[in-house]
Design a protein around this ligand. Structure first.
Ligand code: ST9
Ligand code: ZN
Ligand code: ZN
Length: 340
């Protein structure tokens, strides 16, 4: 059988191969532990107390004040520095979208060692926890979405799913269920484990020093502008763009593929998160490398992965077949589907 919702192993009968793309024609074709588990039940009775983590509250407060100061400094920044800020935004965003998310959390395509190294460097530049921790939390998010075992359970409100979950201790069910996940593929990836071992140093170098020193050294930008604009402001905007996927894209937008789940299609989020706002599609078909029915449309990450395939640095992109999407729209969509 290849259409069981919780099936994890790939069934070759379920896919067609076209070049380096695998088109899946039936549901339940994820190769990793990211498929929604509808057997999980939240424990009854009183919820555990919310324990604030003051260190994180203070650091996040300072970071956002620093980012506001970066905004004030934008008129003093040279055009080269502003261009460099955009480059740093793109590299760090790709480290999250093409790296931690589509490659390492969902295994939706395969990447060569040089590409994995580039994505791990971008991921350290994004400073959102190391890849192993990010992918573990993300798999548990998909598997137990919007329950106590979801790290950023959107049922606890916008603030919690956006940033609040990083300011309190995790719900015990997140740890309990997370410990049961199959993460052998991540432990076997030497790039992932190297980044995990040297994470703190890599963040200092790539998230803070590198974005600051390049404009200062190469075109004489002031250290203050270089630190606050491509450094703190860029880091904070990438963080918030990422968090919007957990908050806004779980609350606002249409549900053309599955009206029984909360994640939504949100083009604004897709734009700021370089392609990651088509969240109803993504939670319905988490193994699709494009995270959207519409390929590269408002989706720089998909264009990037395509380019990497063209250059021979990536392969085996997984994609859902048109028939399978149409059947799902018919069966569970909210009727808002538009073609393109
Ligand atoms: C950040 C992450 O921002 C953002 C992720 C966003 C995900 C978005 C996904 C959306 C889709 C993709 C879209 C991409 C769009 C990109 C756009 C780009 C433009 N399972 O953690 P502890 C264990 S980070 C199993 O301390 P507490 C853990 O190993 C920002 N086990 O829990 C440890 O075990 P041991 C920067 C788990 O005490 C123990 O439990 N960072 C799991 O509750 C305790 O772990 C920060 O702000 C699990 N899931 O603290 C702070 N989780 O003791 C980062 C944990 O054996 N975090 N364990 O070692 C923290 O400070 C803390 O984790 C905490 C919770 C305070 C939040
Ligand atoms: Zn989600
Ligand atoms: Zn995902």
């Amino acid at each position: 059988m290849c259409n069981k919702r919780n099936e994890k192993a790939l069934n070759p009968a379920c896919l067609l191969q076209t070049g380096s793309t695998h088109i899946y024609t039936t549901e339940g074709t994820s190769t990793v532990d990211d498929v929604f588990d509808d057997t999980y039940r939240e424990k009854e009775g009183k919820k555990p107390p919310r324990i604030l983590v003051w260190r994180n509250i203070i650091l996040m407060g300072f970071l956002h004040v620093g980012a506001l100061y970066g905004l004030v400094l934008i008129p003093s920044a040279s055009w080269l520095t502003l261009g460099w800020t955009a480059v740093c935004y793109l590299i760090s965003a790709l480290g999250v979208t093409a790296g931690a998310h589509r490659l390492w959390s969902h295994r939706s395509y395969k990447a060569s060692v040089p590409l994995r190294v580039f994505l791990a460097l971008g991921n350290s530049m994004a400073f959102q926890n190391d890849i192993y921790e990010w992918a573990r939390d993300h798999r548990v998010h998909h598997k137990y979405s919007e329950t106590d075992a979801d790290p950023h359970n959107a049922k606890r409100g916008f603030f919690f799913s956006h940033i609040g979950w990083l300011l309190v201790r995790k719900h015990p069910d997140v740890l309990e269920k997370g410990r049961k996940l199959e993460l052998g593929d991540l432990r076997a990836d030497r790039v992932v484990m190297f980044q995990r071992r040297h994470y703190k140093l890599s963040v200092v170098l790539l998230c803070f020093l590198f974005p600051t020193l390049v404009p200062w050294y190469f075109w004489g930008e002031s250290l203050a502008v270089a630190y606050f604009v491509p450094g703190l402001l860029r880091y904070t905007v990438v963080l918030n763009a990422t968090w919007l996927v957990n908050s806004a894209a779980h609350m606002w937008g249409n549900r053309p593929y599955d009206k029984t789940i909360n994640p939504r299609e949100n083009p604004f989020v897709a734009l700021s998160a370089i392609g990651e706002g088509f969240h109803n599609y993504h939670h319905t078909f988490p193994f699709d490398y494009a995270t959207s029915e519409f390929g590269c449309k408002i989706n720089i990450t998909t264009a990037f992965i395509n380019l990497m395939c063209f250059l021979g640095l990536a392969r085996d992109r997984k994609r859902v077949s048109g028939d399978m999407i149409a059947a799902r729209i018919q069966r569970t969509g909210d009727g808002s589907h538009k073609s393109g």
